[in-house]
Design a protein around this ligand. Structure first.
Ligand SMILES: NC(=O)C1=CN([C@@H]2O[C@H](COP(=O)(O)OP(=O)(O)OC[C@H]3O[C@@H](n4cnc5c(N)ncnc54)[C@H](OP(=O)(O)O)[C@@H]3O)[C@@H](O)[C@H]2O)C=CC1
Ligand SMILES: O=C(O)C1=N[C@H](C(=O)O)C[C@H](O)C1
Length: 242
């Protein structure tokens, strides 16, 4: 039975992950939260999951590397520096980073990539997300992943085509851009809607999370899948077989 250690164990996701473990035959090896040393836990478990804060990621990766322990990173709000650090870590240990561990978003990514490829540049793409009032990063990690999936379908990237938020005299929409809008309020677990707006018609594909248990189950599945893997950077679609 695999022993899973949690960085961010007292948070909303950390608690949901602890609750998800028994049904998936995983064992909770312990948790680390703000102000605690991440090192010892890394040496006491088979695999780590990180649902904490971007500012903590460098220390969590260093601890995982030092112990040779694979790590699932679900924390969002990551910068290019963090992605470089994950790439470097993946030369030494198995790392899986994703902004969303749910099955539904895994499938939505593939649908969005396919739709963007088939519809082409004449269809404008806008991604709208809504989350609870306590979420600190925007756009959500999932929105950014969906944007990258849409951009990949058009053989481009969000760095080249992404537009985050609009206010004031911003001018007409530039062809080929992918827009992001973020709403915050209440206790919304996580809603994502991808809008393909054409001339005289519109397609919308969405995912509406009703319970963090779906993310937690996906995180445990990812951790069990990652434990014992060779060094490398892995993806959620590999875990889900999508
Ligand atoms: N990939 C996915 O499927 C999902 C990803 N997420 C992401 O996971 C992250 C956590 O979300 P959520 O649980 O809602 O947030 P919470 O704020 O509820 O929990 C974060 C936890 O991490 C702790 N923490 C903060 N800094 C550190 C640190 N330096 N070391 C260890 N622990 C630390 C916090 O402690 P303290 O309160 O003391 O600061 C808190 O217990 C977010 O980035 C969120 O976007 C969320 C849902 C699904
Ligand atoms: O902070 C959250 O709550 C969530 N964060 C993830 C994200 O940024 O996409 C995943 C999910 O939508 C919930």
């Amino acid at each position: 039975m695999n022993r899973i250690g949690i960085y961010g164990s007292l948070g909303r996701m950390g608690q949901a992950i602890v609750a998800a473990m028994p049904a998936l035959d995983a064992v909770h090896a312990g948790g680390v939260d703000a102000g605690e040393d991440p090192g010892p836990l890394a040496g006491q478990c088979d695999v780590l999951v990180d649902f904490s804060a971007p500012a903590a990621l460098d220390a969590h990766l260093a601890a995982a590397i030092a112990a040779g322990t694979p790590i699932v990173i679900g924390t969002t709000g990551l910068s290019p520096h963090h992605h470089d650090a994950i790439d470097e870590a993946a030369e030494r240990i198995a790392v899986l980073q994703t902004g969303n561990t749910s099955v539904g978003v895994g499938l939505l990514m593939a649908l969005v990539r396919d739709a963007a490829r088939k519809l082409g540049q004449e269809w404008d793409i806008e991604i709208v997300e809504m989350h609870h009032r306590d979420k600190v990063d925007a756009p959500s990690g999932t929105a950014l992943m969906l944007g990258e999936a849409a951009a990949a379908g058009r053989e481009t990237t969000i760095a080249e085509t992404g537009v985050q938020g609009r206010a004031g005299l911003v001018g007409a929409r530039a062809r080929g851009t992918i827009g992001f809008s973020s709403l915050r309020g209440g206790t919304v677990v996580g809603d994502h809607n991808v809008v393909f707006a054409g001339n005289g018609e519109r397609i919308e594909i969405g995912h509406y999370a009703q319970d963090r248990a779906i993310f937690a189950a996906g995180a445990v599945r990812a951790a069990l899948w990652l434990a014992g893997r060779a060094p490398g950077r892995y993806r959620m679609d590999q875990v889900l077989g999508l």
